[in-house]
Design a protein around this ligand. Structure first.
Ligand code: URA
Length: 213
């Protein structure tokens, strides 16, 4: 079996030509932005790993921290604070001093995709980095997937068949090495349309808190 790569792709990773070209364009237009694969953020001894979709162009791709500066980050970081998974104040930039407690955040795809939509090959290309992230958390108990792309990629990383653990909001499946809890993504679209309410999102975190205690 081949060894897993580092959980972080190289800064100028070119495995996905479309994503590399988009990064190049963004770097040319906005040289002050992060414009690279976004690293995981949080506690290396975390029991909870949150897996989003991919960096937003003016959010994590700009700031260099998952969900930071994104609309989706406002709800995510507010909820993490409410459930005791963070210390400090989230202030939408990487130097805000925020620390995560017993929690880490990553994305199924580490580079910003055009229109927020990675294609299947890009999700597959990035999966070894997700698998390395999963394997590198010694105390991991729960993975929270935000959205179906994250859910399916986590399943594929573990070798569990998608049909045995279909995505749904507030589902929980015991996998060999951790429990996979899933939620609708906390995106602007989902919250604006009412598909995901704050209460629904908080209920998912209440369930996770109960599972960790
Ligand atoms: N920002 C991220 O880093 N990930 C998402 O899934 C959405 C916004």
């Amino acid at each position: 079996m081949s060894a897993l790569p580092s959980p972080l792709p190289e800064a100028d990773c070119r495995i996905c030509p479309r994503l590399a070209a988009y990064r190049d364009d963004n770097r040319a237009a906005e040289p002050g932005w992060f414009n690279a694969p976004v690293p995981c953020f949080g506690d290396p001894q975390a029991e909870l790993l949150i897996v989003g979709l991919a960096p937003g162009v003016t959010g994590a791709n700009r700031t260099g921290r998952p969900f930071t500066g994104d609309w989706a980050g406002d709800l995510l970081y507010q909820t993490l604070a409410k459930f005791g998974f963070s210390e400090g104040v989230y202030d939408k930039h990487i130097d805000d001093g925020l620390r995560l407690r017993n929690c880490m955040i990553t994305n199924a795809v580490r580079c910003v995709p055009p229109q927020n939509k990675p294609v299947g090959a890009e999700i597959n290309n990035c999966r070894p980095f997700l698998a390395a992230r999963l394997a590198g958390l010694p105390k991991l108990k729960i993975v929270l997937s935000l959205g179906k792309i994250s859910h399916d990629s986590v399943l594929r990383a573990t070798g569990v068949k998608l049909k045995d653990a279909p995505f749904g909001h507030a589902t929980a499946y015991q996998l060999p090495d951790f429990t996979l809890v899933s939620s609708y993504h906390c995106s602007r679209y989902n919250t604006n349309t009412g598909r995901l309410t704050e209460e629904m999102f908080e209920n998912v975190f209440a369930d996770i808190r109960a599972r960790l205690s």
